[in-house]
Ligand binder design. Sequence first.
Ligand code: AMP
Length: 191
Amino acid sequence: MKNIVIFGAPGSGKGTQSDKIIAEYGVAHISTGDVLRGEIKAGTELGKTASAYINEGKLVPDSLIIDMLAVTLDAKGKDIPGVIFDGFPRTIAQAEALNEMLAARGEKVSVVIGLEVDDEELIKRIIARGKTSGRADDNEETAKKRLNTYYSQTLPLKDFYINEGKYAKIQGVGTIDGIYADIKKAIDAAE
Ligand code: AMP
C-alpha cells in the first residue's frame, strides 16, 4: 500500500494536489480538517470543541485528533490501495501515533510530500480561497495565526521525517500540473 502524507503550511496546495493524487493512485483521502468541519456541521460535541480552536487558528488537542483519525482510518476498510493523509500529522505526537497505528496494521508511511511555499504567497492564497471556501478561518487575521501555529508546532515534523528518510521536498510554487509532476516522481520512487 502507498501511504502518503501531504505536508505543508496552510495554503500550500495540499487539498488541490491531494485531489490529483487520489485521481491517479486511487488512494483513500483522509483530511482531518474536512472531518472536523463535518463534525462542526453535524453539531457534535467534538465539533463544538474543535470550532473554538479552529477559529483561533490553533491546533485541536492531539488526543481528540488521534482518536478521530483511528476511527476514520478503520472506516476506510482494508480493501484500498493506500491512504493520503492531508493535514495530519501536525505535531510530533501525532506523527508517532500514526507510525504506531500503521505498524499495528502491518503498514508504514511510504513518503511525505513536503510542499514548500513562502509566507507572502501563502497568505495571498488563503485570502483568495476565503472568497469562495466559506471557511471561517480563511481570513487574513486567522491565516496569520495559523501560520504561527504551523511554524511552532508543525514544521518540526519536517526534521522528524527527514530523519526517517521519508521527506520529499517539493517546490510548491508554479503551475498545478508542474508541481504535480514533481509529486508523482516522489511517490513513484517511494517503496
Ligand atoms: P485544514 O483544513 O487542514 O487547514 O485544518 C483546519 C483547522 O482544523 C486547523 O487550523 C486546525 O485548527 C484544525 N486541524 C485540522 N487538522 C488538524 C490536526 N491534524 N491536528 C490539530 N488540529 C487540526
